[in-house]
Design a protein around this ligand. Structure first.
Ligand code: WT7
Length: 701
């Protein structure tokens, strides 16, 4: 593709200015019972966090933390757009999430671990127990692995307590963790190890997923080999054991490189490690996400700003009190889990449920049984999970006595009818819902209703959260009038404490991707000149509520997680028979969007099932099963412009049963009809109204 860099990939005004695809829904009021107990009921929050109080308003969030040294400058913009929050302050994230709660809460559960097998007992880990385990692991990382503040370490762990324990042990030392989602392939993990420069990989030998004990250790071997190829040597692989009595893997341990953590820990029993007092701007972790180029971006998050932001939003938007039982049903391997399973809730001394497995194992009643058993009162998950549970067991929630006060959705737009099922059946009409819009780059929520103060509107993320000031721009950088229901590119006018600091190892890409597009003056030190470009299309209704329409770049949001089409296409091109590849999003009833792959073959090679399987295999090994395409279609040629660009938009239209529009100016218009017949069949298929991200997908802009 002839695309120099990410900022050029934008939607055209004509296509961004589109009507919303769901009709306006009526507002729902938060239940009185919820309001009666909520953390945030004072409407003066809107004045406290008004734009003229920015950035000092965020002192309120910073004050939720315990600082070793209090900070002197709330926001330093001298090196815009590399923002520095709470400058001069020092703190330790592990101290804030664990140690400081011991005095009042040592005997309270920090986590309740629910293993996937239903006959395995649940385990409550108290704050005291968490403290001991984090200290022992920190001692091991320091003495055995030789890790020091500022070093990076990659974690490729499943959803068991060992994951947050390892993260907090890193944080205790000021070591920067980079957690790679457990479902990513060994190769994907290896690429991230190399990019972050980690010389230690921490993994687990296996874990339960959908009734099976998966062997995870081979992924570590692939990851180390991949990192090596990329020029990064891994000296130590630390392997946690999932099972008490035997290894969960058949893979051998490499002598001198691989070590069983559970065995090593015996040498550190009862050890204490002083939390390292870190500058507020020291990086706490990296979290890789997909962009429009093949290389994943390591979003670098700070210690002070990030922790303050997730603590503040966990308190006000998630409404977490220490007495609540909170269950965020996401994976810690994504940003949602970092912010709203680990750092936010623990900073508030919450009790959180940690569930190992899939929502529907062994049946669609499982989440409600867990909720009933632990009397969970705050529930947080993605529209994909909600759609999956609704499809598999629409009446299941009625069979259980769980009662939530608060429910969150995150990651994708939620269809109003799915929202209503969540509200009426899961929430039994008595819970508030927060539809939270944000991104890996953001650290925490950007848009959501304030649960006790704002009414809810199905299908809308709501207004911005305190201290966030969105604006919608058209392609030329003109502001789209507030509340006009016209679509454009949603941006945030101001920086906030949770915003990433930079892209690890690629500061220029950070500026190009998020700021270059609408920067008013690249030399400016004034934050007002640097709106943050989110990469999503959005509209704002007259009531002020934002509706997120989807990505405006070549990123597909599959089941609430981002996949770059470029990453998938590069994977396809590793198959020797493949000449060209194009990946497009297809609407999926459960996952929102799934990728569909088009490939053309090298001359003289005949299409075959074997080649299709090779393509699927290539995607699964380079990225992971989450990227598995719905379909691999071998086509005689790609539809192309006269200058040779592949018209992904045309392919997306075909895959989604939409009209392809005028294709007569293409270099090879007949191939479009051939592909259409292949995909849609010979009969003319009625044109369906398509969601905006699909309509606009792959536009040559
Ligand atoms: C993309 C970010 C951080 C949350 C987990 C996903 C989409 C996110 C919503 C929402 C509509 C949403 C956007 C965004 N998105 N939340 N409530 N309504 N769309 O994080 O993997 O960084 O993906 O997810 O398109 O850009 P992520």
């Amino acid at each position: 593709m002839a695309r120099a860099h990410e900022t050029q990939i934008m939607t055209e005004v004509s296509e961004a200015e589109i009507a919303v695809h769901w009709k306006e829904e009526a507002h729902y009021l938060p239940p009185a019972k919820f309001i009666g107990q909520a953390n945030l009921t004072d409407p003066a929050i809107n004045q406290r966090f008004s734009l003229d109080r920015f950035p000092e308003c965020f002192r309120e969030y910073a004050d939720l933390l315990t600082w070793d040294h209090y900070w002197h400058t709330t926001l330093d913009t001298s090196n815009a757009p590399y923002w520095k929050w709470f400058v001069g302050g020092r703190l330790n994230a592990s101290y804030n999430c664990v140690d400081r709660h011991l005095r009042r809460h040592k005997n309270k559960a920090a986590f309740i671990f629910v293993p996937e097998p239903e006959d395995e007992s649940h385990a409550a880990i108290t704050y005291q127990e968490l403290y001991v385990r984090v200290n022992e692991m920190a001692a091991l990382l320091k003495d055995f692995a030789g890790l020091r503040a500022g070093d990076r370490v990659t974690l490729h762990l499943p959803m068991t307590p060992e994951l947050p324990i390892t993260m907090l042990a890193c944080a205790r030392l000021g070591v920067i963790h980079s957690v790679v989602f457990g479902g990513f392939s060994g190769e994907a993990c290896g690429i991230r190890i190399a990019d972050s420069g980690s010389r230690v990989l921490i993994t687990m030998d296996g874990y339960y997923r959908n009734g099976k004990l998966l062997d995870h250790k081979p992924n570590a071997d692939i990851a180390v080999a991949t990192a090596q190829k990329e020029g990064q040597k891994v000296d130590k692989v630390l392997v946690w054991r999932r099972l008490r009595d035997r290894p969960a893997t058949a893979a051998p341990m490499v002598d001198g490189r691989d070590f069983v953590v559970n065995d090593l820990l015996k040498n550190y029993a009862g050890d204490h490690v002083q939390p390292v007092s870190m500058p507020a701007e020291a990086p706490l972790f990296l979290m890789y996400t997909s962009g429009t180029t093949g290389r994943p971006k390591g979003c670098q998050h700070s210690t002070g700003g990030y922790l303050a932001y997730v603590a503040g939003t966990s308190k006000y938007i998630q409404d977490i009190h220490p007495t609540d039982v909170y269950w965020c049903f996401a994976d810690i391997g994504w940003i949602t889990g970092h912010s709203y399973i680990v750092y936010g809730p623990l900073s508030l001394a919450a009790t959180g449920v940690l569930y190992e497995g899939v929502p529907t194992y062994p049946d669609a009643g499982r989440p409600w049984r867990i909720a009933q058993r632990h009397d969970v009162n705050i529930f947080h998950t993605s529209p994909t999970t909600i759609r999956m549970l609704r499809k598999a067991g629409p009446d299941e929630p009625k069979r259980y006595h769980h009662q939530f006060k608060h429910m969150t959705t995150v990651g994708e737009p939620i269809e109003p009818e799915v929202w209503k099922w969540y509200y009426e059946v899961v929430g039994k009409g008595q819970a508030v819902i927060c539809d939270t819009w944000w991104q890996t780059e953001n650290g925490g929520f950007l848009c959501s209703t304030k649960p006790a103060l704002d009414s809810m509107k199905p299908g809308s993320a709501g207004p911005a959260v305190p201290g966030i000031f969105p604006v919608i721009y058209d392609e030329e950088g003109r502001e789209i009038p507030t509340g006009s229901n016209k679509a454009g590119n949603i941006c945030i006018r101001n920086p906030w404490p949770g915003i990433m600091q930079t892209i690890w190892g690629d500061p220029e890409r950070y500026v190009k991707t998020y700021y270059a597009k609408y920067c008013k003056n690249p030399k400016s030190k004034d934050w007002r000149d640097w709106p943050y470009f989110a990469g999503d299309g959005a509209t704002q209704a007259p009531d002020g509520y934002f509706r997120i329409l989807g990505r405006v770049d070549d990123v597909i949001n599959v089941a609430g997680h981002r996949l770059g089409t470029k990453e998938l296409e590069s994977a396809c091109l590793t198959v020797p028979e493949v000449a060209e590849a194009a990946v497009v999003p297809v609407v999926d009833e459960v996952k929102g969007r799934v990728p569909e792959v088009y490939v053309s073959l090298k001359p003289g090679i005949a299409p075959s099932k074997v080649i299709q399987e090779k393509v699927v295999h290539a995607i699964e090994t380079t990225i992971g099963k989450i990227a598995r395409p719905k379909e691999v279609r071998i086509v005689p040629d790609m539809p192309k412009t006269r200058s040779g660009k592949i018209m992904r938009r045309v392919l997306a239209a075909i895959s989604n049963n939409m009209d392809t529009g005028d294709v007569t100016t293409l270099a090879n218009p007949d191939v479009v009809e051939q592909i259409r017949q292949m995909v849609q069949g010979a009969g003319r298929v009625a044109t369906k109204a398509a969601p905006e991200d699909i309509k606009r997908f792959g536009d040559e802009r």
